[in-house]
Design a protein around this ligand. Structure first.
Ligand code: NAD
Ligand code: TDX
Length: 354
């Protein structure tokens, strides 16, 4: 297949591109705006590998820019568009939501329009319809006090981030219903692994601990997340792209729930660092207590987890320990500004972690 992968220079997108080029004969164009979270270093190993480099091309651009999107979707006659592009950090959406809506709603609309035009062209030429896969999140369900979310549940997003993701999804579903677009959605769980920008809790706590800096744990730390290794997430998206029912929505669960306190203890133990680094700080506004999803629809496509949580986390901790050259340059002036806005007051008012 000939794929357009939007947001392919980010954490999960780059894993998808790497694994897809390894596992298939696909050719891939990556369209990425290279926001603070996009990083060409995430794709450097592909450019160095002759078995993959010839089937890969990078284009810098915005999914909300119709000129570039029409060129890469409609004129390039792709077989599928896989959209990872988004502003992806809940805390930043609470500080300022505008970019989340621009990319998550307008950007998704631009991609859908270009894919709709391509579908019409292909239908006129008797060619198969292009697929559209929107990478979404468990956060669209909102907090789930008990049980597990199934794909038919109502959406109840709580943060500006998850509201933008839900809005993008609803637009995708509307294009499926109104125009018959072959559009799919995956809802992935909290993802961890190498190449994750250090704002998210796993890389933040690892890199802070490595530097002897405090670990800011929000509220009581008893919020629960179901952790999914990035390679498993990437392969699940591949399985849905290859074998998903037209119009299908698929949960991608992790391997088991953990509280943030448990997660923090495991990270510290793997780094041989003391609990005294942990600071209890003011909670995230609107903080979802728990996410949990049922994965039987995806399992029916033949996908299963390959990475157990403890092994995956140990490998991730080791990766950050060995790849300071990757993360250190990310801690620049923009990072310092964000860190101060997000954690300055919180840390000044913090107490030792319970
Ligand atoms: P990320 O922030 O690491 O990467 C996002 C990428 O999108 C970056 O490379 C960025 O430059 C690019 N991008 C942002 N706006 C763009 C635009 N307007 N045009 C083109 N490119 C743009 O995010 P991630 O963690 O890899 O997440 C990827 C996707 O998966 C997102 O849609 C996110 O909502 C979803 N998701 C993430 C998780 C998780 O735990 N990280 C879990 C479930 C779903
Ligand atoms: O400094 C912190 N302290 C803390 O206690 C940070 C950054 C987070 N946390 C807590 C908040 C959450 O309960 O850790 C948990 C995980 O936080 P994040 O890493 O920010 O992830 P989350 O908000 O759960 O969202 C993630 O999973 C779903 C991704 O960022 C989203 O893109 C994805 O959709």
């Amino acid at each position: 297949m000939k794929l357009l992968v939007c947001g392919g220079a980010g954490f999960i997108g780059s894993a998808f591109v790497r694994r897809r080029l390894h596992q298939t004969a696909d050719s891939i164009v990556v369209l990425d705006k290279l926001t603070y979270a996009g990083n060409l270093a995430n794709l450097a190993d592909i450019e160095r590998d002759p078995s993959m480099a010839g089937r890969y091309r990078f284009v810098q651009g915005d999914i909300a820019d119709p000129t570039i999107v029409v060129k890469l979707v409609t004129e390039a006659d792709v077989d599928a568009v896989v959209n990872f592009a988004a502003e992806s950090h809940v805390d930043r959406s609470i500080l300022d939501a505008e970019a989340f809506l621009r990319t998550g709603v307008i950007g998704v609309h631009v991609l859908l329009e270009a894919t709709r035009a391509l579908a019409a062209e292909r239908a006129a030429n008797g060619k198969p319809a292009p697929r559209f896969l929107q990478v979404s999140t468990d956060e669209v369900y909102g907090s789930v006090p008990t049980g597990q979310s199934v794909e038919t549940d109502l959406l109840a997003p709580a943060s500006p981030y998850s509201a933008a993701k839900a809005a993008g999804e609803l637009l995708v579903q509307a294009y499926r219903t109104t125009y018959g677009l072959d559009a799919l959605i995956t809802r992935g769980s909290n993802t961890y692994g190498p190449f994750q920008y250090p704002e998210k809790v796993v890389p933040l706590f690892i890199t802070n601990a490595l530097q002897g800096l405090p670990l800011p744990l929000y509220g009581d730390g008893l919020q629960r997340r179901d952790w999914l290794h990035v390679d498993d997430h990437a392969d699940a998206i591949g399985a849905v792209l290859d074998r998903g029912e037209p119009g299908g929505i698929y949960n991608v669960p992790g391997t088991g729930e953990r509280t943030n306190v448990d997660l923090t203890r495991t990270i510290l133990a793997q780094l041989d660092k003391p609990w005294s680094l942990v600071r209890t700080v003011e909670d995230r506004a609107g903080h979802d207590r728990r996410y949990a999803m049922d994965g039987s629809r995806l399992a029916a496509l033949g996908w299963s987890h390959q990475v157990a949580f403890e092994a995956g986390l140990a490998e991730t901790v080791a990766w950050y320990r060995d790849h300071e050259a990757w993360w250190r340059p990310l801690l620049n002036a923009d990072w310092a500004d964000y860190y101060d806005r997000q954690y300055g007051k919180r840390l000044a008012e913090s107490v030792p972690g319970a």
